[in-house]
Design a protein around this ligand. Structure first.
Ligand code: DP6
Length: 348
C-alpha cells in the first residue's frame, strides 16, 4: 500500500509558478471527526481515522493572474458564490499570507462527487485546492505541512492528502501554537483488501451544514462528551485491528463510532437528524447480510447516505443487497485510493 500513501510533489524553488493542477480523492472516516475546539484554526476535539477512496476525484487548477482584482472561482464550470466562494477566498488569503504575495488567482474545480451529499466533497476539494494553490504560490510544503494547510479549508481534507488509511491527530491546546500538532499521516494496515459499498440515497444538498451541525452538537448535546471519550478508545482499538487486518473488528468499531456520532446529533438542541427512511432500510439490510455470514458494516456521515465496509470479494453481493433494500439509491463500489497528486506545476 506504500505507493498509495502520498504522491505530493514539491514544486521547485520558492517562487510562484504560473499555475498548478492537483487531484485528490474523498475519504470516509471509520473513526469520525465531529467537533472543533478551535473554529478559526479548524482544530478538532478528537483524533479521527479514515480510508481514502479510489473514486470521485476532484481536480483543481489554480492559475495566478496579476491583472485580476479579485479571485475568480468556478465549480464545475459555474461561478462560485456565497459560502462556497467565501471559504475558498479565505483559504487563498491564507496561502497568500504565507507566500508573502498578493496576486489573485483563477480557480477551476471539477468535482465528481455529488456535492453536499455527505460524501465529503469538501475533503477532496480542499486537499486538491491546498496542493494546487501551494504549488502555484510557490510554498513547496512537505506532506505534513500540506495536511495542516488542507485542514484549514476543511478538517477532513487533512486526511485526503494521504492514500489508504490515515489518522488525523487532534493535537493539543488552542491558538496559533496548536496548529503544528494537528495533521494527518498514513496508518499502517495489514492485508485487509476492503471495499466500501456507497449507497447514495439522496444526492441533494443537506438541510444543515456539517459545520453548523458540529457546532450545535458540541454546544448543546449531553451525549457529545461521552461519545468523544469513547471515540478515543475506538481509535486505539481501530489502529490495532487495522494492523492485524481484522476486518470484522474494524467494521464493528466503525459502525458503533458512526451510530454514536449520530446519537450525539439526535440529542442536540434542536436535534440534527440526517438519517432518512432509506438510510434505515440500508442499515437493516446490513444486519441481514451479517446474519447471513457476510462481513458488512455501515457508516454514515453528515447526510443520509450509507457506506458499507466489506471484503472486496463480497462487494458485488453487498451492493446487490443494498440496491434491493433501497431501490432508488445509486450504489458505487470504492476501494482504497491514492493521496493527493500534483499533475504539473506550470499550467494545465
Ligand atoms: C461527518 O471536514 O466537512 O464527515 O472541518 O467544518 O469543514 P469542516 O467539516 P468536515 O466534516 C466532516 C465530518 C464527517 C466525519 C469525518 O469525515 O470525519
Amino acid at each position: 500500500m506504500s505507493e498509495q500513501h502520498t504522491a505530493v510533489v514539491r514544486p521547485s524553488g520558492r517562487y510562484a509558478a504560473a499555475g498548478a493542477t492537483a487531484v485528490a480523492h474523498p475519504n470516509i472516516a471509520l473513526v469520525k471527526y465531529w467537533g472543533k475546539r478551535d473554529e478559526e484554526l479548524v482544530l478538532p476535539r478528537t483524533d479521527s481515522l479514515s480510508m481514502t477512496l479510489d473514486i470521485f476525484p476532484t481536480t483543481t487548477h489554480v492559475r495566478l493572474d496579476a491583472a485580476a482584482r479579485r479571485d475568480e472561482v468556478t465549480l464545475g464550470g459555474v461561478p462560485a458564490t456565497g459560502e462556497a466562494l467565501r471559504r475558498i477566498v479565505a483559504f487563498l488569503d491564507l496561502v497568500r499570507d504565507r507566500a508573502g504575495l498578493s496576486v489573485r488567482a483563477v480557480v477551476d474545480t471539477e468535482n465528481t462527487v455529488p456535492t453536499g451529499a455527505g460524501l465529503a466533497s469538501s475533503a477532496s476539494g480542499f486537499a486538491a485546492l491546498a496542493a494546487a494553490a501551494a504549488a502555484a504560490y510557490g510554498l513547496g510544503p512537505d506532506a505534513t505541512a500540506l495536511s495542516r494547510l488542507a485542514r484549514r479549508g476543511s478538517g477532513s481534507a487533512s486526511r485526503s492528502v494521504f492514500g489508504g488509511f490515515a489518522v488525523w491527530h487532534a493535537g493539543a491546546g488552542t491558538g496559533a501554537g496548536a496548529d503544528a500538532g494537528s495533521y494527518a499521516e498514513p496508518v499502517p494496515a495489514g492485508d485487509l483488501d476492503p471495499a466500501l459499498v456507497i449507497a447514495v440515497v439522496d444526492a441533494g444538498p443537506k438541510a444543515v451544514s456539517s459545520r453548523e451541525a458540529m457546532r450545535r452538537t458540541v454546544a448543546t448535546s449531553p451525549l457529545y462528551g461521552p461519545w468523544a471519550a469513547s471515540s478515543k478508545d475506538d481509535l486505539v482499538a481501530m489502529r490495532a485491528a487495522l494492523l492485524r487486518a481484522d476486518l470484522d473488528t474494524v467494521g464493528e468499531i466503525a459502525e458503533r463510532n458512526a451510530l454514536g456520532m449520530h446519537a450525539t446529533m439526535l440529542a442536540a438542541r434542536p436535534a440534527v437528524r440526517y438519517l432518512a427512511p432509506a438510510t434505515l432500510m440500508v442499515l437493516d439490510s446490513v444486519l441481514r447480510l451479517r446474519r447471513d455470514g457476510i462481513a458488512a458494516y455501515a457508516t454514515m456521515d453528515a447526510g443520509p447516505n450509507v457506506k458499507v465496509l466489506c471484503r472486496r470479494a463480497d462487494a458485488d453481493r453487498v451492493a446487490a443487497v443494498v440496491r434491493g433494500a433501497a431501490p432508488r439509491a445509486t450504489v458505487h463500489i470504492a476501494r482504497p485510493g491514492p493521496g493527493v497528486r500534483l499533475l504539473n506545476a506550470g499550467g494545465r
